[in-house]
Design a protein around this ligand. Structure first.
Ligand code: MF3
Ligand code: CO
Ligand code: CO
Length: 293
């Protein structure tokens, strides 16, 4: 059965507040591909750019709050206040019951680490992941930080994960496929004798947090949906020094490597342009990589 657009709005509206209903109506007013991937307009790029920039600025500022002895919960407090001060909204607070403005994933935590009282130790590496909503648009980005001094294995992992993300981004242009992105990331990481996590993926986003497609960080070249101008999505590879398998802890969020090996992740929100890609979450300070100095 094919539902009319008016009917879909009528059916979904009662569960949304006024702002959500407006954003939802705006979102579905855009066309999608037959894979359900939304195609955004030229003007929509400006909305994503503003949201992406705020998320990236916050990650720039957070660097000075990362040090040995710091509690991850204090870093999250800074992020929550900063989002609020910008007049923006945290996308993660209240998302499926999650209560924090960031995910902070330390060492063998793969993703969705919950900020708390635990203090950072010398040599800890951590991913901080922030998603903000600005004028209804979602900006989602994460990067790696270090408390104190990284050891050589950790440094290699962080470098390879960073470079794997950019291999993926380089594959983004109209006519390529989502499989090309995954293939670029996987072949690069595995050539460095590291593994790519399969249990979590990137995602479409825009006026919603998570939308089609699932952006896999592994795969075969030429497979999957074809990239088209106006698609917005994240690429957020998680790379492990050991095996790729993960498990989720009893808190129902924290994902860790099963073999306790070190894990790293970087994430950008991107849009497909006429002849390539726009990265919405570039670091204004140029400090996306932790060893930028
Ligand atoms: N920002 C994460 C992502 O990259 C999602 C976090 S959802 C949360 O998709 F609830 F765990 F915060
Ligand atoms: Co994401
Ligand atoms: Co994220």
């Amino acid at each position: 059965m094919r539902l009319s657009r008016a009917l879909v709005i009528a059916v979904v509206m009662p569960y949304l507040n006024a702002n959500q209903a407006r954003d939802y109506a705006l979102d579905i007013s855009r066309p999608t591909t037959r894979d359900g991937i939304r195609i955004h307009s030229q003007a929509d790029f400006a909305g994503m750019h503003a949201a992406g920039r705020l998320a990236a600025e916050i990650l720039d500022e957070v660097a000075e709050h990362v040090f040995v002895g710091q509690a991850t919960g204090v870093i999250d407090d800074y992020i929550r206040n900063r989002v609020e001060a910008a007049g923006a909204t945290s996308a993660t607070i209240g998302y499926k019951g999650y209560q924090h403005a960031s995910c902070i994933s330390v060492n063998h935590v793969v993703c969705h680490g919950i900020p708390g009282d635990k203090k950072l130790k010398d040599g800890d590496i951590l991913n901080i992941d922030v998603t903000v909503i600005v004028d209804g648009w979602f900006g989602d980005t994460s990067r790696m930080y270090v408390a104190g001094k990284m050891n050589r294995r950790a440094e290699r992992l962080v470098q390879v994960t960073h470079d794997a993300l950019f291999r993926g981004i380089e594959a983004v242009k109209p006519g390529n496929t989502f499989g090309d992105i995954g293939h670029a990331i996987q072949t690069y990481a595995e050539a460095q004798r590291m593994s790519v996590v399969r249990d979590f993926c990137g995602h479409g986003l825009g006026r919603v947090f998570h939308a089609p497609p699932n952006v896999l960080h592994y795969g075969r070249a030429g497979t999957g949906p074809v990239l088209e101008e106006g698609m917005f999505f994240t690429i957020e590879p998680m790379v492990n020094l050991g095996r790729p398998e993960t498990k989720v802890l009893a808190d129902e969020w924290t994902a860790v490597t099963r073999d306790k090996s070190l894990s790293a992740q970087f994430e950008h929100s991107v849009g497909v342009t006429k002849d390539g890609v726009e990265i919405f979450t570039l670091s204004p300070a140029g400090t996306f990589h932790p060893t930028y100095s």
